[in-house]
Design a protein around this ligand. Structure first.
Ligand SMILES: [Zn+2]
Ligand SMILES: [Zn+2]
Length: 329
């Protein structure tokens, strides 16, 4: 049985699981016509009249074949002597972003990307109805080293604890808010927009920034200019369209001017506020946390010494290169 175990010396959770059988992915099980190979679909946007688990979809969500987290498992939290253990009850899903096998975020048109964003929202809203799910990560990789090219998808991972990175981020945002009574991200946006040097692209609803302390060259954050703690509540016809356009032009720029590098995109949104365990958990989260998207280019090239990232390309230089590339045809 798989287990989430906590390392009490680091306060860090580890998933212990015996290795599952690896299933080679050829022919592609995510292409139209192969719907029967994926397990029953969880959700899909379809052209009128097309049937579930058949072609005719534009965005489709399926269970991950070798899932880390499963909804049918019972949630058990227990102490093992001095240690803490939780069963990995949750969900592992793939959002198949396009029927076209060779699509990337740089080739999909903005309408297709907008459909993917709406599906992110639908899955977050649906999974957050389950009070045992505490946190949901949506991420996607492009050209992950060691992984053969594959059909474009985003991964949804819903778990019964808060991800370590989310917890750290929530803690920092709350600390800042308790001291200043302002949102850390709103303050950062104001300052970065005024300073201009790390802004790669400014739109009415969103800013693409190269963060002040970028961990790797080319790290970019897409931050909404309107405050809100959760992506799923912030998505409207207008923000959906604007965000899809910005992502489309960002990834086209990366592909065209920066040699189409590999990247990881992660959606940072509030955890499941229904799953509070302690009274007072996240009491000010609606004011102190600000959803956003982080994109790390070549995450595998991150260079660290004792946990400190070493970045040899100043963020200001990356921002200026991105700015120029965004604006050139
Ligand atoms: Zn395919
Ligand atoms: Zn804010």
């Amino acid at each position: 049985m798989d287990e989430l175990r906590k390392d009490p010396t680091r306060g860090q959770w580890v998933l212990i699981r015996p290795k599952g059988a690896w299933v080679p992915d050829a022919p592609c099980r995510y292409c139209p016509g192969a719907e029967h190979l994926t397990g029953s679909e969880i959700a899909a946007y379809r052209k009128d009249g097309s049937l579930a688990n058949a072609p005719g979809w534009t965005v489709r969500v399926v269970p991950e074949a070798d899932a880390y987290f499963r909804i049918e498992w019972e949630l058990v939290r227990e102490g093992v002597g001095m240690f803490d253990m939780i069963t990995p009850r949750g969900a592992s899903e793939l959002i198949v972003e396009s029927p076209n096998h060779d699509d990337t975020l740089a080739t999909m048109d903005p309408d297709q990307i907008e459909g993917v964003l709406w599906m992110y929202r639908d899955r977050l809203l649906d999974l957050k109805r389950d009070g045992q799910i505490r946190d949901i990560l949506i991420n996607r990789h492009h050209k992950k080293p060691g992984v053969p090219p594959h059909h474009p998808y985003s991964r949804v991972t819903a778990i019964p604890i808060v991800f370590d990175e989310t917890r750290r981020e929530l803690y920092q945002a709350r600390e800042y808010y308790q001291y200043k009574r302002r949102c850390l991200y709103c303050d950062m946006l104001r300052q970065e927009i005024a300073a201009e040097e790390r802004v790669a692209k400014l739109m009415p609803g969103f800013a693409a920034l190269v963060p002040y302390a970028s961990r790797t060259p080319g790290e970019t954050w897409i931050v909404p200019r309107q405050h809100g703690c959760s992506f799923e509540d912030a998505l409207t016809a207008e923000t959906g369209r604007d965000l899809a356009r910005l992502l489309s032009s960002y990834f086209r720029t990366l592909a065209r001017a920066f040699g189409d590098p590999g990247y990881e995109l992660v959606l940072h949104t509030a955890p499941n506020l229904r799953s509070r365990i302690l009274q007072g958990d996240w009491a000010t989260i609606r004011d102190d946390y600000h959803w956003h998207i982080e994109i790390v280019v070549h995450p595998e090239r991150a260079n660290t010494v004792g946990g400190i990232f070493i970045n040899e390309t100043p963020p200001e230089q990356v921002a200026s290169e991105l700015r120029r590339a965004f604006d050139s045809p």
